[in-house]
Design a protein around this ligand. Structure first.
Ligand SMILES: O=C(NCC(=O)N1CCC[C@H]1C(=O)O)OCc1ccccc1
Length: 706
């Protein structure tokens, strides 16, 4: 294989930072400016070597064709009732964006209500948030472009389909919550943000304000209902209570632990500046999520003194902590993932038990369980139900189940019935099998891992494996249906392995804390020991093992190839956080300090420097080389800005440019008009999945069997 000539990237050796007395060079600091001619030239030069490498994959077209074939299956959301009608999203299969439909009854002919595919030629405009007014008469929705976290809020008359004239700008990380007089919404705005707000900027987000907008008026008339000027990093969560009598305000500074305030609302009241707030929770020490309220008793899901989470009731007129009562006590093993009030006096509770979901119905007054809904081993990916309705809907999925939507009318039916079962042409689940194993990590902790193969797989160590992990932010990686993984299993005779490494929420806060701050190495050990388990138990060999992760998972992949390059044949790191000394300086990066800590603190600096991908690239000893590595990012990723990937690829290519033993390619793919992943149009998803599989085939010399 001819050696790839990596682009030369200027190294500015004059850039040296001093962290608590330690000097750290940052020669590719200039790559932090996305708009400079030099950075644009660097991006073009990277794509100019990556594209031909991927195009050289002889089965690239077969992969693309097969992915497209399998992807072309109808996808649905759960229906939701608004104004007496049912609304649901549907994608016929290959549409870039799902379409919002409305129907009078579940059996009547649906009509298109809003088709985001009409909003752009290339499908890069997506609906990323929405909320109907209480009476269902007005639909408020957020649109994002090119995958940016920024959105604009629009309003549609649900009866006439007529758009209201105003568009709300500079909206990001925002609730959309209506006052029950249907007059307007509370939403979050960064009105002080200067410069570009299209998602290609890297500027930090500060001073979010909770504004109130009256439909049909100009945004310039909006009032700032709530702001915390002394806390510029706070993002203001807000929700109008189910009864409409209160606004529950839940500000948070990073990615865990929030405060709780409330203010009374009256129908038709003039929402003024700086609504009077009563503070219920005054310490940033736990998560509190509003679920519903019964009269003055507000119900919250919290991990306060409950690492597996529980439901508590707080009387808003007598809210001292000593008066709080447990409504649904913490379960000793299972994690209370979410809860939703339904049918007047009940709530649905969804637990995670060994990474699979359990769905139960409880009495809202006593918390007592009423029943458990039957569910296969897998994940509840969608739920729709409200206190004012007795009908609920939930969508189940798993590695081998594309999607099944169940419904039950709690006032009429005994058992849930299947509303919709999604089929994928050419996919027969019986030809595959899923297992869950628990492997020991470096410190002996048992880590769950799902393994999916063809039913007739012969585990002789020759099969290629794709090992996926995330490991952070209390996020639980549960079974979901993926066409890309199916192609890997079916046509590359692959083994899919999903390791539930520490740092996630699979076992509640204990699991999250075990992968935070000074415990971060547990995440990387768990990932590496998953690879060792697969090799030592004859599933695969290291040269046929690809490690894959995105964002925080992309960080974990980059750490693992620095620490144990010998364990992997290929590595896919998507939109990764790679500069752990500077991540908090860009867009919303400061919110991640709750998992990572910040280099502004001397102890955290030492900890971060130990594993920061950008700062730990080294030529391995002996004949060990880095795996074939593909880093992916995109020009409008304002969640994890592209500079992380650009600086790391420059460092990797500089380190290995003249190292003859490094024959595996080390490449970057930088997409355009794309972001962190949310709202990505189907065409771009297919292209990216094709490139990822082609890279694995090309790098590991795999055979594609149709
Ligand atoms: O940053 C995150 N979430 C964490 C996140 O997206 N991370 C954390 C690390 C990199 C990236 C990822 O893994 O996707 O969400 C932004 C946000 C909005 C509103 C309230 C709080 C936070």
């Amino acid at each position: 294989m001819t050696r790839i000539q990596y682009p030369e990237a200027r190294r500015d050796e004059s850039v040296v930072d001093n962290y608590h007395g330690v000097e750290i060079a940052d020669p590719y600091r200039w790559l932090e400016d996305p708009d400079s001619t030099e950075t644009k030239a660097f991006v073009d030069a990277q794509n100019a070597i990556t594209k031909p490498y991927l195009a050289a994959c002889k089965v690239r077209d077969s992969i693309h064709e097969r992915l497209t074939q399998l992807w072309d299956f109808p996808k649905y959301s759960c229906p939701a009732k608004h104004g007496g009608k049912y609304y649901f999203y549907k994608n016929t299969g290959l549409q870039n964006q799902s379409v919002l439909y409305v129907q009078d009854t579940l059996e009547s002919e649906p009509k298109v209500f809003l088709d985001p595919n009409t909003l752009s030629e290339d499908g890069t405009v997506a609906i990323t948030s929405s909320s109907f007014s209480e009476d269902g008469s007005i639909f408020a929705y957020g649109l994002s472009e090119s995958g940016s976290d920024w959105s604009t809020i629009h309003f549609l008359n649900a009866q006439t389909g007529e758009k209201y004239p105003e568009i709300l700008e500079k909206v990001k990380f925002s609730p959309i919550t209506w006052t029950h007089d249907n007059r307007g919404i509370f939403y979050g705005q960064y009105r002080d943000q200067q410069g570009k707000t299209d998602g290609s900027e890297t500027l930090g987000n500060q001073n979010q304000k909770l504004c109130y907008h009256i439909v049909g008026t100009s945004q310039s008339d909006d009032v700032v209902a709530i702001e915390f000027p002394e806390e510029p990093l706070w993002r203001i969560g807000a929700e109008v209570s189910d009864c409409g009598n209160w606004l529950i305000v839940t500000p948070l500074k990073d990615c865990r632990d929030n405060l709780v305030y409330f203010t009374p609302l009256k129908a038709g009241m003039d929402i003024s500046n700086n609504l009077p707030l009563t503070q219920v929770v005054d310490k940033l020490e736990a998560d509190y999520e509003y679920i519903t309220n019964v009269g003055t008793k507000a119900v919250f899901r919290t991990n306060k003194n409950a690492p597996n989470y529980k439901l508590i009731a707080i009387d808003l007129l007598d809210y001292g902590q000593d008066k709080w009562v447990d409504l649904l006590p913490e379960h000793p093993e299972n994690v209370l993932d979410w809860a939703d009030a339904v049918d007047g006096d009940k709530f649905v509770a969804c637990y995670i038990q060994d990474v699979k979901n359990i769905l139960q119905l409880h009495c809202l007054k006593t918390g007592k369980i009423i029943r458990t809904f039957p569910l296969d081993l897998g994940t509840v990916v969608g739920f729709s139900g409200e206190k004012k309705y007795s009908e609920i809907f939930y969508q189940f999925t798993s590695f081998l189940t594309p999607g099944i939507i169940y419904t039950i009318d709690l006032k009429k039916e005994e058992e849930p019935r299947i509303l919709r079962e999604i089929k994928v042409k050419g996919f027969d689940a019986s030809l595959y099998k899923t297992s869950q194993i628990f492997y020991p990590s470096k410190d002996g902790t048992k880590i769950p891992m799902f393994i999916v193969t063809k039913s007739d797989a012969v585990l002789d160590g020759t099969m290629p494996a794709l090992l996926y992990g995330y490991g952070g932010f209390n996020a639980s990686i549960q079974p979901t249906f993926s066409v890309t993984r199916l192609v890997f299993i079916q046509h590359l005779n692959g083994i899919l392995a999903v390791a539930n490494v520490r740092g996630g929420g699979e076992y509640g806060e204990r699991w999250h804390n075990a992968g935070r701050f000074f415990n971060r190495q547990n995440v990387f050990d768990d990932f590496q020991y998953a690879a060792k388990y697969l090799v030592e138990n004859g599933y695969t060999t290291s040269t046929k093992l690809t490690i894959q992760g995105g964002s925080n998972g992309g960080l974990a992949v980059a750490v693992c190839i620095n620490q144990r390059p010998d364990l992997f044949g290929a590595a896919i790191a998507q939109v990764g956080v790679m500069d752990m000394l500077r991540f908090h300086k860009f867009t919303i990066g400061s919110a991640w300090v709750s998992d990572y800590g910040s280099s502004d603190d001397a102890k955290h600096f030492q900890n971060l420097l130990k594993y920061s991908p950008l700062h730990n690239v080294r030529i391995p000893p002996d004949d060990v080389q880095y795996p074939a590595t593909l880093l992916l990012t995109a020009d409008h990723d304002d969640r994890v800005v592209p500079l992380h990937t650009l600086k790391l690829i420059a460092t990797l290519q500089y380190t290995f440019r003249n190292v003859s033993k490094q024959e595996n390619p080390i490449l970057a793919r930088i997409d355009t008009k794309a972001g962190h992943g949310g709202g990505k149009p189907t065409m771009k998803v297919l292209e990216e999945s094709t490139d990822i599989l082609s890279f694995i085939v090309q790098s590991l010399g795999l055979e594609f069997k149709s």
